[in-house]
Each structure stands twice: as structure tokens, then as C-alpha cells.
Design a protein around this ligand. Structure first.
Ligand code: TRP
Length: 447
């Protein structure tokens, strides 16, 4: 078996963890949900969830991973034999999430290339966005080719290993991402009429805070911070005992949340300034935004900057997903990266095919009333990740006790864990109870 990889610097570790966290969840999930579900009221609830649930769980995942120095299934098993299944549900979640993520990533590759090759052209890169999107996703061959291209990019980085693949690429992609985000924001907020977009995003409407929007805020938080599916356990397992985890567990949630809010400030002022309707998910990113770039001076250039930033965000998340999906198999079967990673990637690509074709030939196929994209998202994000987060909070708070995590953080007194009391209290009482209540409320509100 190969030697276990390790992050070589704290900066590299933080960039990789932020890379996992910042992704499509921040760029198209958060802004739209916030805008439609109460603006600042939603953002406030979200921030409270981050502080009371996300932050202590992030500490748990980093600590569980670093202590076990193994994949998540073994890591949970080491803490308590009966909890190995949380590692299994986390691994299944990751397969499903990457199954649809890679399809969306493929679309992003297509758009990035399209804009990149049109930067110097005077004609619009995508002159009829709606037709372009529809014909692109309904063409089976094209839909599959871009899924495969995105997966191959992901495989190349992950095969490089922790230090030379994941850490190195994240150290480049994340700073560029924030830089590009700032460029897009400056352009967006300086358009005449931009205030209406800021109003959409921030104007508080507490009447929109219903059980179902709160449930949405909670699962959005888990997805965005990559919590509840073993992502941070896996990355934490590549940390040495000489690193202090405390600062990372504060910086990662902070920057992830900042990126989500900044994404809203980048997108909605432009949408409203140009008199378009705020839409959601794929059509926001692939139809509404290209329509905006068409009306903008140097629109092809801004389109390129925007899609390159989305590409970096999705690629740094997909490498995390592929690493997590592979880590158990790598250790269990004692296989080399070169061997196992392409195999896992191939399996996930096959899982992605129905999603890719779900916008074309399989458009009418519904399972439990959902298309494949929504189905994978529902099972992976809403069901399995929420479950994983609840089980982890319960395991640490009540079964192994918070002290286990605190000892791991402090390394026999080498480091001081400043928020100890806050951590113990939130992980024992607040996090599990809050997750449980919100889950019950949002499930019952459906009926
Ligand atoms: N957090 C990413 C996003 O916001 C998605 C993601 C990356 C993820 N890695 C993960 C979700 C691991 C769950 C588990 O888009």
C-alpha cells in the first residue's frame, strides 16, 4: 500500500477544506434560497445554524479524522463499533452527490470553454441562451462527453495525491476564485438599478420563516459546509498532530458563508439591473446569467471570469467528493491511487448517466415524483447528510463524550482549545436537539 498522504501546510489544508466547502451550493443554492425565503431573515437563521451546529460539527469531523488517520468508515468504527454505519451512509451520500455534481460540472466546463474561446470576438458567446442550454442538455452525446471530461479533470488531480494533487491545486484555485468573485461583484453592483437585487437578497421578511424554509436552511448549511458525509473527517485524517485544528474550524465556516453571501451580491444586482426574473438552479446559471452577459459591455470576458470561477468552485468540491468516495476502498483493499481512483470515478460516472440524460431522453422518467438530479440530491443531501450530522452529534455528545474531541484538539496540553465549554454544550444539547426539531418540523410540514 502507498504511504498515507499528508497536507504539508496549514494554509494548504485550509485551502483544500474551503475548496470542498465552496461549491455550487454556495454559488447557486444559497443566494436563491436566501432571496426567496426571507432575505436577511433567512441569512440570520443560517448564521445561527452555522454557529450552533456547523461550527461544533466541523470540529468533531476534523478531530475524528485526525485521531483515526483513516477513512470515515474505519474512523467511526474506532470510536464505537456500532457507529460504523454512519461512515457507510456518508460514503453512499458522497457517491450520489458526485453523481449529479459531475453532470453540472460538465455543463460548467462547456460554458467556460465557450466563453474562453469568445473573449476577443465581438459577437456574443451564447447569443440565444435558452436555446443553447436546451439543445446542449438534450443532445445525449454532448451531455455525456462533458460529464466524462469533468470527471477526467477530477481524476487527474486526485490521482496526484493529497500534497501534489489536492493541496497544490486548491492553493491556486481558491485565491483565484475569490479574486474573480470580487471582479464580478464590482461589475454587478455598479450597474444602474443594482439596488433592487440587493433588496431582493437582504430585505428581511420574517413571515417567510416557516418550518420548511428552516429545514432548507439547515440542510443547505450541511451541504455547503460539506458536513455529515465525512468530508472533513477524510481531510482531517491527512493532518499531522502538530497542527492546531482550532483556527481552521473557524476559518472554514466563515469563508464558506462569506462566499455564499458574496455570490448573492455578485448575481442578483445584475439580474435585477437588467430587468430579469430571479430564477433558480440550472436555469439561473445557464440561461439567466448568459442573457445578462449578452447585454453587458465586454460580456464575453465577464462571462469567462464568472464561469472560470464556477469551474474552480465545482472542481475543488468534486476532488473532495472523489477522494472521500475512494478513501475506504483504497485502505480496505490496499490499492494504489492510480488503480482505485479511476475505478471509483468510472462507477460514479455511470451513476451520473441517468442525471445527464434526465434533461433529454430520460426527461419524462420520474422516481418518487422526481427527476434523477433531484432524486440524488434529495437522498444524498436531505436524507443521508442530515442523518450523518445528527448521528455524529449524538455519538460525540452522548456516546464517546465531548472530552474525546477536546483531548484530540489539545494534544496533551500542546494547544489551547479556547471554546471548550461552548463546544461541549452545543454538541451535546443544541446541535442534536436543533437538528431533530427542524427535521421533524420540515417532514411534518410536507404532509
Ligand atoms: N460543499 C459543496 C458545495 O457547497 C459540496 C460538497 C463538496 C460536498 N464536498 C462535499 C457535499 C462532501 C457533501 C460532502 O457545493
Amino acid at each position: 500500500m502507498e504511504k498515507r498522504g499528508q497536507f504539508t501546510s496549514k494554509f494548504g489544508f485550509i485551502m483544500a477544506s474551503i475548496g470542498s466547502a465552496i461549491g455550487l451550493g454556495n454559488l447557486w443554492g444559497f443566494p436563491y434560497k436566501a432571496g426567496m425565503s426571507g432575505g436577511f431573515a433567512f441569512i440570520l437563521v443560517y448564521l445561527i445554524f452555522v454557529a450552533l451546529v456547523g461550527f461544533p460539527l466541523m470540529i468533531c469531523e476534523f478531530a475524528i479524522g485526525r485521531k483515526a488517520k483513516s477513512n470515515q468508515i474505519y474512523a467511526y468504527k474506532k470510536l464505537n463499533k456500532k457507529f460504523a454505519f454512519v461512515g457507510i451512509t456518508g460514503t453512499i451520500a458522497v457517491f450520489l452527490i458526485l453523481g449529479f455534481y459531475s453532470v453540472l460540472g460538465g455543463w460548467v466546463v462547456n460554458y467556460t470553454v465557450k466563453y474562453a474561446t469568445s473573449i476577443f470576438s465581438s459577437a456574443n458567446a451564447i447569443s440565444a441562451p435558452e436555446e443553447y442550454f436546451n439543445s446542449f442538455v438534450s443532445n445525449e452525446a454532448v451531455a455525456l462527453i462533458f460529464l466524462i471530461i469533468f470527471m477526467v479533470l477530477t481524476v487527474i488531480i486526485v490521482i496526484g495525491g493529497i500534497e501534489n494533487g489536492i493541496e497544490k491545486s486548491s492553493k491556486i484555485m481558491m485565491p483565484v476564485l475569490f479574486f474573480f468573485l470580487v471582479i464580478v461583484i464590482i461589475r454587478s453592483v455598479t450597474l444602474p438599478g443594482a439596488e433592487k437585487g440587493l433588496e431582493f437578497l437582504f430585505k428581511p421578511d420574517f413571515s417567510k420563516l416557516t418550518p420548511s424554509t428552516m429545514g432548507m436552511a439547515l440542510s443547505q448549511m450541511f451541504f455547503s459546509l460539506s458536513l455529515g458525509a465525512g468530508a472533513m473527517i477524510t481531510y482531517g485524517s491527512y493532518l499531522s498532530n502538530d497542527d492546531n485544528i482550532q483556527s481552521s474550524s473557524i476559518i472554514v465556516p466563515l469563508l464558506d458563508t462569506l462566499a455564499a453571501i458574496l455570490a448573492g451580491i455578485a448575481i442578483f444586482p445584475a439580474v435585477f439591473a437588467l430587468g430579469l426574473e430571479p430564477t433558480q438552479g440550472p436555469s439561473l446559471m445557464f440561461i439567466t446569467l448568459p442573457a445578462i452577459f449578452n447585454q453587458m459591455h465586454m460580456g464575453n470576458l465577464f462571462g469567462f471570469v464568472f464561469f472560470a470561477l464556477v469551474l474552480f468552485a465545482s472542481l475543488s468540491s468534486s476532488i473532495a467528493l472523489l477522494e472521500i468516495a475512494s478513501s475506504f476502498f483504497m485502505e480496505h483493499f490496499k490499492l494504489k491511487r492510480k488503480v482505485i481512483i479511476p475505478i471509483i470515478a468510472a462507477i460514479i460516472t455511470v451513476l451520473g448517466i441517468p442525471v445527464a440524460l434526465g434533461f433529454g431522453v430520460l426527461g419524462d422518467v420520474k422516481v418518487m415524483g422526481m427527476g434523477f438530479l433531484d432524486l440524488y440530491d434529495f437522498i444524498g443531501e436531505y436524507v443521508l447528510m442530515t442523518f450523518g450530522a445528527l448521528a455524529t452529534a449524538f455519538l460525540i455528545g452522548w456516546v464517546v463524550k465531548p472530552k474525546e474531541v477536546i483531548d484530540e484538539m489539545e494534544q496533551g496540553g500542546k494547544f489551547k482549545f479556547v471554546g471548550k465549554k461552548y463546544f461541549s454544550f452545543t454538541i451535546k444539547f443544541i446541535a442534536p436537539i436543533l437538528i431533530f426539531i427542524v427535521m421533524v418540523m420540515s417532514v411534518t410540514s410536507v404532509f
